[in-house]
Write a new protein. Structure first.
Length: 210
């Protein structure tokens, strides 16, 4: 009976001796984790599989222009540009449903409008983004067929980072702007924007007046 009681007491003593050691390990673990520097993870974005670059011609009868656009895009006749009614039947959109993006093309006839007024409007519409833009870069373009104009690249979280206008200076004027149906975020949109800007430049280089 005494030996049995001693065994019980001895077991309890061993348990008491182990407890401070376990508590010490837990305390050290907490302290180490508290002192570790916090390193924020970089923002991650979904991987995007881009389609192969292939183009087709837009050359509808009655339209004063023609150009090439991607096979993964659709041409949609535009009756309004946001809250502004289209003033003629030659306003169209190059729609990219896969990327939730669209190039708005608004055509105007020189004569009904003065060329200086159209040029000022194009620059003013671009400069509206100057509040959020880090900088605006413009480059002059000249292609064959009496097509010339300016391409605008706007850096920053803006509604449209890439715009252009083309004209023959006598009769025809068209303005293009790439928009995404998403909250402007330069970092997340950069890969798609870069991909579609290549298509914009192809459109410009193949653009012809009729």
């Amino acid at each position: 009976m005494i030996r049995g009681q001693w065994s019980t007491v001895n077991s309890q003593r061993l348990t008491i001796k182990k407890t401070p050691s376990l508590a010490l390990h837990i305390l050290l673990l907490i302290c180490c984790s508290c002192n570790s520097p916090y390193i924020p993870k970089p923002a991650g974005y979904f991987k995007i599989d881009f389609p192969e670059k292939k183009y087709q011609e837009f050359n509808k009868p009655g339209y004063p222009y023609t150009f090439e656009y991607p096979v993964y895009a659709n041409i949609i006749k535009d009756s309004t540009f946001f809250d502004t009614a289209a003033e003629n039947p030659w306003w169209i959109n190059v729609d990219f449903p896969q990327f939730n993006a669209r190039i708005y093309l608004s055509y105007k006839v020189i004569g009904r409008y003065k060329l200086d007024s159209l040029l000022n409007d194009a620059y003013n519409l671009t400069n509206r983004h100057s509040i959020k833009a880090s900088f605006i870069n413009d480059s002059i373009m000249n292609t064959s067929g009496n097509v010339h104009g300016t391409f605008f690249n706007v850096e920053g979280d803006v509604a449209t980072a890439d715009q252009f206008f083309l004209t023959d200076s006598t009769k025809n004027f068209i303005r293009g702007a790439l928009y995404f149906n998403a909250t402007p975020n330069q970092d997340s949109l950069r890969p798609v924007n870069k991909f579609l800007v290549e298509d914009m430049r192809h459109l410009i280089n193949t653009f012809r007046w009729k």
